[in-house]
Design a protein around this ligand. Structure first.
Ligand SMILES: Cc1cc2nc3c(=O)[nH]c(=O)nc-3n(C[C@H](O)[C@H](O)[C@H](O)COP(=O)(O)OP(=O)(O)OC[C@H]3O[C@@H](n4cnc5c(N)ncnc54)[C@H](O)[C@@H]3O)c2cc1C
Length: 419
């Protein structure tokens, strides 16, 4: 059950359209958090006829200067809400992946097998802008930071620190790794340092001689305890760099803490020339402490649930964090379509059951992938064996149709009388 509300309800708004009127009551869904997960979920829910409002704490939508990979399992879903063309317009189609040792010896090179397995690298800020602009007017409410939530009389009351209080039928916490709604439904996560941190930065591609004909290729170098990843974003205009290094510091779990270029350079002394050229071309860098979390025991309580990083934050090595948030939104839309207010607790539990095993499995694979990229496999045979296993598992993750799985799960749950 939701914890008691601490905030004072100064300006209580009932967000359900036609509650007292003659028109049929429409389920009102409120999403807390206007990041990649929250905004995509709003579009997926709306596409199934639900009435949705998004509350975002920031006064203006901002994203960090970094790239994000939209893997095929997410592209498939974005295509269904008409966004694929726009992703193609802002992004870079991934045309291959090359993995090398720190000295530059080739370990593995792959190319996408078919158009159905296409992935794009995009600039996070450009993706967020696209998702925000796709929202119908009046959907997104900025400057609303959730401070408390409670369930009363079959509805959830959301209290925001600007004094606004909103009643809703369903509350979805898409409020990221430090989720307030997660806390309000009685959960607590314990971030565990992976013992590594990442430096990241963006460089105009034209400044790098080695990247002149990079096309859509992703390049990764792996060496003892660290790795270095580069890929183009913004239609190839910028190169996104992420450099994972060991740390025994309790680094901040922030995406925007400034990093030191001299220290970064020292971390990669003696590495392959493109790595050194890339670091040399950076004007600034940011540090990012990498933390892992165990799967949560549940995501839903009554009429509230979680999605994205609030539900299953994972280490970034598989590039699936955003994709899993997107899958969550589409699954929720299937389970909430046509629901009446009294149905929602069971529907949210069914959503959780459908998603929890998959995201827990992906959290675990992302952790193992980190070990591969940090070259923790001393024996190359063992490394290649894991690599083959990893590529097969990753292929399965990327070939998944979350919406189709949700529809089947919905039918099964209906037949079993559990929703
Ligand atoms: C540098 C970097 C690279 C990554 N690369 C990839 C990749 O290549 N592929 C991939 O799939 N994933 C990647 N990820 C992971 C991915 O970005 C996250 O998993 C994804 O952003 C999660 O989306 P979300 O909407 O759940 O959370 P977020 O993007 O964190 O959004 C949460 C939103 O909630 C808002 N919020 C927080 N608290 C409140 C509150 N109390 N009230 C109201 N609003 C609130 C925040 O302001 C924010 O807008 C990467 C992550 C990082 C940092």
């Amino acid at each position: 059950m939701l914890a008691s509300c601490i905030g004072v309800c100064l300006n209580e708004a009932d967000s359900r359209v036609g509650r007292e009127g003659m028109v049929p009551e429409e389920l009102q869904v409120s999403i807390v958090g206007g990041g990649i997960g929250g905004l995509t979920a709003a579009l997926a829910l709306r596409a199934r006829g639900l009435s949705v409002t998004v509350f975002e704490q920031a006064n203006e939508l901002r994203e960090i200067g970094a790239g994000v990979t939209i893997n095929p399992n997410a592209m498939l879903l974005l295509h269904r809400i008409g966004l694929a063309d726009q992703i193609e317009r802002i992004g870079c189609l991934i045309t291959g992946q090359v993995m090398r040792t720190s000295a530059g010896e080739l370990i593995n090179a792959s190319t996408p097998r078919s158009t159905s397995s296409q992935s794009y690298n995009v600039h996070r800020a450009e993706l967020l802008k696209l998702l925000a602009e796709a929202q119908p007017e009046g959907t997104l409410h900025l400057g609303h930071r959730l401070s408390g939530a409670r369930e009363i009389d079959d509805r959830v009351i959301l209290n925001f620190s600007n004094g606004v209080s909103v009643k809703t039928d369903v509350a979805i916490g898409a409020d990221g790794i430090h989720s307030t709604l997660q806390r309000e439904i009685g959960l607590k996560t314990f971030p565990l340092s992976e013992g590594i941190m990442a430096y990241r930065g963006l460089i105009p591609t034209e400044k790098l001689s080695w990247a002149k004909d990079i096309g859509g290729r992703m390049s990764r170098w792996i060496g003892k305890g660290r790795s270095f990843l580069c890929y183009p974003v913004s239609r190839g205009r910028l190169l996104n760099m992420v450099a994972f290094v060991p740390t025994d510091l309790d680094t901040e779990e922030s995406w925007t803490a400034p990093g030191d270029l001299m220290t970064l350079r020292a971390e990669y002394a003696g590495w392959d020339d493109p790595v050194l050229e890339t670091i040399g071309a950076l004007d600034s860098t940011f540090r990012w402490g990498i933390y892992d979390r165990a799967p949560l025991p549940y995501w839903s309580s009554g009429r509230a649930t979680l999605l994205g990083d609030a539900a299953h934050a994972m280490v970034p090595h598989l590039g699936q964090g955003a994709a899993q948030a997107i899958e969550d939104g589409f699954t929720l839309a299937v389970f909430l379509e046509g629901a009446r207010a009294p149905d929602t607790p069971k529907r949210l539990k069914a959503y959780e059951r459908t998603r929890l095993a998959r995201t827990s499995q992906i959290q675990a694979l992302a952790r193992e992938t980190g070990r591969l990229f940090r070259a923790e496999y001393d024996d190359p045979v063992e490394r290649d064996r894991f690599m083959a296993k990893w590529m097969a598992a990753n292929g399965q993750i990327r070939a998944y149709d979350a919406e189709a799985v949700a529809k089947d799960a919905f039918v099964l749950a209906s037949d079993a009388g559990s929703i």
